[in-house]
Design a protein around this ligand. Structure first.
Ligand SMILES: [Zn+2]
Length: 344
């Protein structure tokens, strides 16, 4: 059996066992192709189901026009690495998007902490542009110290942004992910989770409503994680891989992207060696390195989890990202009344 034939199905088990799983009851499952109307179940974006996993395809046109998303990350490199392809995909499909970075990233990059904070802010602006987002909001809590900040202050700021921007959809670290060691990641995840529904409650932070805002809850959540992931959605990012690569290239101060490709090309040339994937100049080296090493050869940065290329290959896409997706909550009482009520 070929490796790709045994990779279909939930990636929860896959993540825990290094992807070597066979899904029971999936023998007849077909890998759907984008544009296959018969396989489409969604009213807006096209999606299909494979066991517990929903496969989100590239949509035709701009079905998300009028909707607003926020790409929320503690550090400049989080969204680009784990969700950049899906964020860029949804922007192409009509969303208006904003970047929200929760720390000041002062602990990474060369030079002093303040120089690190400056360079990372500049990188984050470049990431915002590369992903097609409209504006970056920097909350600037201290890097690596998010667990000492006031949760109420943090949550209040996030609720204000959700209400001000009328955010419908968020991307964030998964509050329930496993083995996450960075307090910036798990504190942001917890506060995002609670702010998402409290923003709809009129009694939480009511002074914001008196200032003219209206209560507004988040309806869709795409949770990313590093390490083992309790995923239920795989998104085809083949049409936005260029934007994802560009966003990882934009982070020069930290992370596995930046100009690492150009540096490696130069080091190899000094030894009279060449890697064909690095091309003939610095920028093609940077892009080739990100596409073939960071997103394919499964860098150590991803902690042994499957790369975008591997996830895509498992589900019939060239490139894919995976998430724990939580969708709109249906009002069951309304549905019951609609189905059962009779005229007086
Ligand atoms: Zn991070």
């Amino acid at each position: 059996m070929k490796r790709r034939d045994i990779l279909k199905g939930t990636l929860f088990g896959a993540a825990l066992t290094g992807l070597e799983v066979t899904m029971i009851g999936q023998a007849g499952a077909q890998v759907p192709t984008p544009g296959d109307d018969k396989a489409s179940e969604g009213a807006e974006a096209k999606w299909t189901r494979m066991g517990e996993m929903v496969l989100e395809h590239q949509a035709v046109g701009k079905p998300h026009t009028g909707k607003v998303l926020a790409a929320i990350q503690p550090h400049g490199d989080d969204v680009p690495l784990f969700a950049g392809g899906t964020v860029a995909k949804l922007i192409k499909e009509g969303y208006t998007g904003y970047m929200i970075r929760t720390t000041n990233d002062e602990m990474t990059g060369p030079g002093t902490r303040q120089e690190g904070a400056l360079h990372n802010e500049q990188d984050n602006d470049a990431v915002t542009k590369a992903l097609g987002l409209k504006k970056a909001y920097n909350m600037a809590y201290r890097n690596h110290r998010l667990d000492e900040m006031s949760v109420q202050d943090f949550r209040g700021q996030l609720i204000l942004l959700i209400r001000l921007l009328k955010i419908d959809t968020i991307f964030s670290y998964d509050h329930w992910s496993l083995y996450e060691e960075n307090p910036d990641h798990y504190v942001t995840a917890a506060v995002v989770e609670s702010a998402s529904w409290m923003a709809a409650m009129g009694k939480d932070y009511p002074e914001q409503l008196e200032a003219g805002l209206t209560a507004h809850g988040v309806k869709e959540k795409y949770y990313y994680a590093r390490g083992p992931q309790i995923a239920n959605r795989v998104v085809d990012i083949s049409g936005s891989i260029k934007e994802k690569v560009a966003s990882i290239r934009a982070i020069a101060t930290q992370g596995p992207g930046g100009d690492n490709g150009a540096r490696l090309r130069k080091q190899l040339a000094e030894k009279k060696l060449r890697l064909p994937i690095l091309g003939d100049d610095d920028e093609s080296a940077n892009a080739g390195y990100i596409e073939n090493i960071v997103l394919d050869a499964n860098s150590m940065y991803l902690r042994g989890t499957p790369s975008d290329r591997e996830i895509g290959r498992a589900y019939g896409f060239e490139w894919a990202e995976r998430f724990r997706y939580i969708g709109p909550q249906h009002n069951l009482m309304d549905e019951y009344i609609k189905k059962n009520a009779v005229a007086l």
